[in-house]
Design a protein around this ligand. Structure first.
Ligand code: DQA
Length: 158
């Protein structure tokens, strides 16, 4: 199984960026923690960060076909990135939307996500732990799909 953690604009600044809101861990620290969890679960983990929507789309187009799931914190693109939304919608694997902060308790513009409708689910407000929860969610989804496929080997329509 192969997953990716994808981070959008300004998330490369974690640790320095508004630490009272986003915490003092850097993105490297967070990815390292995620990598440790993934390794313990026998999962390969890729990671990618860009401040540019097109670069995020290029990554998803290129790597998406090789992935079994994506953990995506698109930063502010969450709220208006329609091209990114279309790239997520085109993926065959599930995507979990993550936000470090509880976007629903912040400015009204952060409550709207153009990504949520094309994601398997959303995890917000748990800081860096959200990325780890998202990995667990993707593993649980994969296990559920696997067991549904096994129990349907008789060929009945689900
Ligand atoms: C964020 C929330 C977004 O509204 C913001 O633009 C970010 C970070 C979060 O992780 O809480 O860059 O995605």
């Amino acid at each position: 199984m192969r997953l990716a953690i994808v981070n959008g604009p300004n998330l490369g600044q974690l640790g320095r960026r508004e630490p009272a809101l986003y915490g003092t861990e850097t993105l490297t620290d967070i990815v390292e923690r995620a990598r440790t969890l993934a390794a313990a679960r026998g999962v390969e983990l890729e990671d990618f960060q860009s401040n540019h929507e097109g670069a995020l789309i290029d990554f998803l187009e290129e790597r998406g076909p090789c992935l079994d799931g994506v953990v995506l914190n698109a930063g502010a693109l969450t709220h208006y990135g329609l091209a990114l939304r279309d790239a997520v919608a085109a993926l065959l694997c599930p995507v979990v939307e993550v936000h470090l902060t509880n976007v629903h308790r912040r400015e009204p513009f952060r409550r709207r996500s153009v990504l949520s409708a094309v994601c398997a689910g959303q995890i917000v407000g748990f800081g860096a732990m959200g990325y780890l929860l998202a990995i667990e969610a993707l593993l649980a989804l994969a296990a559920r799909d696997q067991s549904a496929a096994t129990s349907n080997q008789g060929g009945e329509t689900p």
